[in-house]
Ligand binder design. Structure first.
Ligand code: PLP
Length: 397
């Protein structure tokens, strides 16, 4: 068996299997042992007295979590609610909107397919239209992205689904400018910040996007099933949760209704959301420069990872280094492997995993008719892991 490179010295804080080269923080994150232990404590408290925990204790911790998280992303806590994942956040907005025949929703040709599907679902149902913005590719500057998006706006454009960091291609979009430009043209933005908190600095009060959803379970490393949705004040009356529950029949002003309706959508385990403050604090303490230090570290590692891999692959850079954060995708050279559907594992992914113990996403992106390999970089990764991947690529491509 090949020699598996070691993780960084911070790897000891995670449960990741030692024999796996884990280069896919991007899909589901990875939760440190300390946070999992805290979650277990909370679950033990829940099961010791489910009624008291869910009716009293969880509510206190929930309010604290909303408070601390809203400070982390500088958001108005009255518009901040928890959802299980970014897919639910996107669906919540789309399925609350009253679309007309003439309305158009913009999506980028780098949008996460599940969210794009949700846009198609609502436009199809209402007779509205999905407009796909084809971004120039490879990207040479943030300006050309902004220009292609703005060129696709018509008088009917009602909403745009914009990513903070694109999923298939790992590109940090100039979302702050895109939001400002679109909204000044009367187009609401639904910001898909699935790769948001912990990978890019977020300042929702400054951004003023109509809607922002994102995950804590990716780059904040909380347990899975921990995400948020933020609704700007002037849009709060329009938006209802995906599950209509008890809160619907309780009176209150708009901010009370948001809490009543979104904070209880039926019985579920609230502990992933309750761990957010602990994750912000614990993971943040792993760099002496806090979260800013973590984001910078991951960005630098992602750029080095990309350079190391491209030296072997010799395919063009998909974007400038300045548009890389913790993710970096590379184009795979032509191969005889057929394009697979989103739900099937790419055979090359399987080969890397089974033969070399490398867990890294390899997938076809039919909208570009290309195949990408996307590495993620988090505190526990080491440069040697990408060098090992590059050596394997040299042998197998
Ligand atoms: C850009 C983007 N949006 C949405 C999602 C969906 O996240 P979740 O599965 O947590 O709903 C992802 C997941 O990778 C993503 O990358």
């Amino acid at each position: 068996m090949v020699n598996i490179p070691s993780r960084s010295k911070l790897g000891k804080y995670w449960n990741l299997r030692e024999s796996t080269v884990f280069l896919n923080h991007g899909s589901f994150g990875a939760c440190p042992k300390e946070i999992l232990a805290y979650q277990r404590q909370l679950r033990d408290q829940l099961e010791a007295d489910p009624i008291n925990f869910l009716d009293v204790k969880a509510k206190e911790l929930w309010a604290e979590s909303i408070e601390i998280f809203s400070e982390f992303i500088n958001a108005d806590k009255n518009g901040l609610v928890f959802v299980p994942n970014a897919t639910s956040g996107v669906n919540t907005i789309l399925r609350s909107l009253d679309l007309r025949h003439s309305d158009e929703i913009l999506v980028l040709d780098h949008a996460y397919q599940a969210c794009w599907n949700a846009v198609d679902y609502v436009t199809k149902k209402s007779g509205a239209k999905t407009t796909v913005v084809t971004l120039p590719f490879p990207i040479t500057s943030p300006e050309e992205i902004i220009e292609s998006i703005l060129n696709s706006v018509t008088k009917n454009t009602k909403l745009a689904l914009i990513d903070t960091v694109t999923s298939p291609t790992g590109i940090r979009l100039p979302f702050e400018i895109i939001v400002k430009e679109l909204q000044s043209r009367g187009v609401d933005v639904l910001l898909d910040a699935a790769h948001g908190p912990g990978i890019v600095p977020l300042n929702l009060n400054k951004l003023q996007a109509a809607y922002v959803t994102g995950n804590a379970h990716k780059w904040l490393c909380t347990p899975k099933g921990s995400a948020f949705l933020h609704i700007r004040e002037d849009r709060r009356a329009l938006i209802r949760p995906l599950s209509i529950s008890h809160g619907a029949s309780v009176d209150g002003n708009i901010n009370e209704k948001i809490r009543l309706e979104f904070d209880w959508t039926g019985t579920q385990d609230p502990t992933p959301w309750l761990c957010i403050p602990k994750s912000i604090e614990f993971v943040g303490s792993l760099s002496d420069k806090g979260w800013e230090g973590i984001m910078n570290h991951n960005t630098n590692l992602a750029i080095s990872a990309r350079n190391t891999i491209l030296e072997i692959l010799q395919t063009p850079k998909l974007c400038p280094d300045s548009m890389i954060v913790g993710l970096s995708a590379v184009l795979l050279p032509n191969s005889n492997v057929p394009l697979t559907s989103a739900l099937e594992a790419d055979p090359f992914h399987t080969l890397l995993y089974e033969k070399y113990n490398i867990q890294v996403p390899v997938f076809a992106w039919p909208h570009h008719n290309r195949r990408y390999l996307r590495t993620a970089s988090f505190l526990y990764n080491s440069l040697e892991e990408y060098q090992y991947l590059a050596e394997v690529l040299e042998k197998e491509i």
